[in-house]
Design a binder for this molecule. Structure first.
Ligand SMILES: Nc1c(NC[C@H](O)[C@H](O)[C@H](O)CO)[nH]c(=O)[nH]c1=O
Ligand SMILES: CC(=O)[C@@H](O)COP(=O)(O)O
Length: 168
């Protein structure tokens, strides 16, 4: 189902693990700040609504979505007690193929961080044709992808905790 057929902000609270002891990082791209601030707020609010303590949420900013890769890598290394990280970005098609390379680079880079690192990195990067699509997905008619990302982060933090428990 495409985003068009669902609301990114809707979730069943009964399926969300207890997040009160989890610690999260959010790395936010400054490109398309109107959009990325909306995504950040959606994620932050969802964390608080699900019991995460404000003091357990750390935010770093990076210049653009391509820098999310390095920023998330350094956050993993610097705060190794984090339970999950969200990478927040907004890439909007321009006149050239740059959009394609930024989107592909960020996607592959964040994928690599999930393979190489031990802290899950959640992909909260909008890749839109125009800003109206971005607005619709960062608190507009389709909800907020930041909310969706926070829920994913909580679920992956719980999966990681369960895996470590079973590993002993
Ligand atoms: N056009 C967009 C960019 N471009 C900048 C790159 O992300 C990067 O910062 C630059 O190439 C220097 O390494 N970034 C976005 O996040 N969104 C865009 O629409
Ligand atoms: C995603 C981008 O880098 C893009 O917005 C840059 O715009 P342009 O392709 O017109 O240089």
């Amino acid at each position: 189902m495409a985003t068009e057929g669902k609301n990114l902000s809707e979730y069943d609270k009964n399926t969300i693990p207890n997040a009160k002891d989890f610690r999260f990082g959010i790395v936010v791209s400054e490109w398309n700040e109107e959009i990325t601030e909306g995504l950040f707020q959606g994620a932050f609010d969802a964390f608080i609504e699900n019991g995460v303590k404000k003091e357990n949420i750390v935010r770093w900013n990076v210049p653009g979505s391509f820098e999310l890769i390095y920023g998330c890598k350094k956050l993993q290394q610097t705060f190794d007690m984090l339970d999950a990280i969200i990478a927040v970005g907004s890439v909007i098609q321009g006149e050239t193929k740059h959009f394609d390379f930024v989107c592909e680079g960020v996607t592959q880079g964040i994928k690599d961080l999930n393979i190489q690192g031990d802290i899950p990195v959640i992909f909260c990067v909008l890749t839109d044709n125009h800003i109206e699509q971005s607005r619709a997905r960062s608190g507009g008619k389709h909800g907020n992808k930041g909310t969706e990302a926070a829920i994913a982060a909580i679920k992956m933090a719980q999966l990681r905790k369960d895996a470590d428990f079973y590993k002993g």
